[in-house]
Design a protein around this ligand. Structure first.
Ligand SMILES: [Zn+2]
Ligand SMILES: [Zn+2]
Length: 173
């Protein structure tokens, strides 16, 4: 999938009186914002308000990301809620360093901001489900799919040694 921009033309709003508000609805089945962030879907709405300093963006977006579960390495669908609350300065030269700004062409690209907020909203540990059983340390089987049979042998390391000794004896016979 190609990278998508989340660009909006606010030229008309820059011409409007201070305090003018526009509401914008988003409804993307799927949108790839960067190499590392694809949001499926991306829905919600935000308002764009013309202020003396530029355009103030405020709203709520909902989405989810498909990631890898840290325990079982299967797909984990992580819900994402994004609160937009950001001033885009206009003209660009009045923006303090590091702040967002409206392009000279009146365009705002929300992709970098939405990407950043999406990544910030992710849990530290991504899990496919809260009680994911993970992979067996011995054989690598996905324990969510059932017992692999290794567990009984791995209860106690000393016992495991004994068992392997017993096995060796049996094999010797
Ligand atoms: Zn998992
Ligand atoms: Zn196993």
């Amino acid at each position: 999938m190609k990278l998508s921009r989340l660009r909006f033309n606010f030229g008309f709003l820059l011409e409007a009186d201070y305090g003018t508000i526009r509401q914008i609805e988003l409804d993307y089945p799927s949108i790839r914002l960067s190499e590392d962030v694809t949001l499926t879907p991306l829905v919600g709405s935000f308002t764009a308000t013309r202020t003396t300093e530029g355009i103030y963006i405020q709203g709520q977006l909902e989405s989810s990301m498909s990631l890898e579960c840290v325990r079982c390495l299967e797909e984990a669908i992580v819900p994402i809620n994004i609160s937009l609350d950001e001033l885009f300065y206009y003209p660009a030269h009045i923006a303090p360093p590091g702040e967002h700004r409206v392009g000279d062409d009146g365009m705002i690209d929300l992709a970098p901001l939405v990407r950043e907020l999406s990544l910030l909203s992710l849990p530290i540990k991504v899990l496919c489900r809260p009680d994911c059983q993970g992979l067996c340390q011995e054989c690598g089987a996905n324990l969510n799919l059932g017992e692999c049979g290794c567990e009984a042998e791995a209860i106690d390391p000393r016992l495991a040694v004994l068992q392997s000794l017993l096995k060796d004896e049996q094999n010797a016979d």
